[in-house]
Design a binder for this molecule. Structure first.
Ligand SMILES: [Zn+2]
Length: 122
C-alpha cells in the first residue's frame, strides 16, 4: 500500500488515503458528469480514506437515481472525491487531485451505458 494526500484547488478540502502499490487501478468514465468535470476515479474503501479538513466546505449534487453523492468545494468548485453509485463501500478519489501524481492502470468505464458497465466490473 502507498499513502497519498490530496484535495481541492483552494485547499479547503484536504484528504489522506491508502492505495495499492502502483500502478493504481483507475476508471475513466464517459458519463455526463464525469466527462464535464474531467474526473479520473480511484476507488478507495471508506476505511482507507480520511478527510483531514473541509467537511463544511463541501456541497453536494445528486441527479438521475440519486445514489451517487457528488461533493464539490463551495469555494473553488473542484470535486476531489465523492460517493459513487458503482462502489457503495468506497469513496471515489479524483486522481487529478492528488498532491503527487501516481502511476495509474486506467480502464475505461462506459458510464453512458451504466448498468452494463457496472455488471462488467464484477
Ligand atoms: Zn476548494
Amino acid at each position: 500500500m502507498i499513502e497519498v494526500s490530496g484535495g481541492c484547488h483552494c485547499g479547503a478540502v484536504r484528504f489522506r488515503a491508502e492505495m495499492p502499490d502502483p500502478p493504481v487501478p483507475a476508471l475513466d468514465c464517459n458519463c455526463s458528469v464525469c466527462s464535464m468535470t474531467g474526473f479520473l476515479h480511484i476507488m478507495v474503501p471508506h476505511e482507507n480514506f480520511e478527510l483531514v479538513t473541509g467537511r463544511d466546505a463541501l456541497t453536494s449534487y445528486r441527479f438521475g437515481t440519486g445514489a451517487a453523492e457528488h461533493l464539490f468545494c463551495k469555494t473553488c468548485g473542484v470535486k476531489s472525491f465523492y460517493q459513487p453509485r458503482s462502489h457503495p463501500d468506497a469513496w471515489s478519489v479524483n486522481a487529478n487531485c492528488l498532491d503527487q501524481p501516481v502511476e495509474l492502470a486506467i480502464e475505461k468505464f462506459d458510464g453512458r451505458d451504466w448498468d452494463r458497465a457496472k455488471a462488467a466490473l464484477e
